[in-house]
Design a protein around this ligand. Sequence first.
Ligand SMILES: [Ca+2]
Length: 273
Amino acid sequence: MMKTMISGFVVFAAAGLFAAENLAKFADCEDPVLLRKCGAGVTLSTVKPHSGKTSLCVNAMRKFIYSDIIKIDPTKKYKFSIYFRTDDGSKAAPFFAGLQSYDKNMKPFGGDNVRSFDGTLTTVTADARKGEQVLQVENASKYKKGWIIALDAKEDYSDLPNRNLIGGVKAINGNELTLAQPLKQDVAAGTQIRQHIGGWQYNLNHGGKPGVEWKEYSCIINGRNDKNGNNDQFWPGTQYVKIVIAANMAKGEGAVLYIDDFQLTEIGPATAK
Ligand SMILES: [Ca+2]
């Protein structure tokens, strides 16, 4: 009994000293509990696992798999990595892996809320009513058609993730912005706005088409950027993440994706960019 306890302690201490903790649970794809989280179209396969006895096998098309929510420290650097393969008989389909970002209240947000553009902070100069489609602003010189507008923007970016978005700009005429959609709310003169780019939900998009051999996809996440949604840092306001894997992202049937050994591991303090 004493011997077991002692050797148990030694193993634990060695792991603490030499192996960084993987923050992702069930990451070796061995535990059937993982399947309950994944839902339909996902099994554990014993064919050629990357580690242990099994890997995760996804038969469903356009399948999104999420990890449990993970608390991150925005002052630290992390390694994110994951192994993928397909098999000979499969129609290989694109996949990607990334992070869903969450704020301090565990509310999810996407690229729309954080992907801001320098030089676009300006002030609305005339009241605009709900239903109207034009905003007069102080300086629209850096504004672009197609980009969206965030209301109540702050010079220090403390509004990020900004959830007060009003859609895209359709036309720019001097300092007059024509919106793609009528306003759904009043916008008072004096409101500060900024332009963001829309349409990208996940941070860190790694992927491509899987081959028949295991391949690791990995990247470093260097702390948090509090001004912009870059893909090699946590997005502004991020306090939690979920790993997200989008498998078999094609139309039709017949694609199979195998996944094993995903990890999110803290590797040290963030370094200046
Ligand atoms: Ca495994």
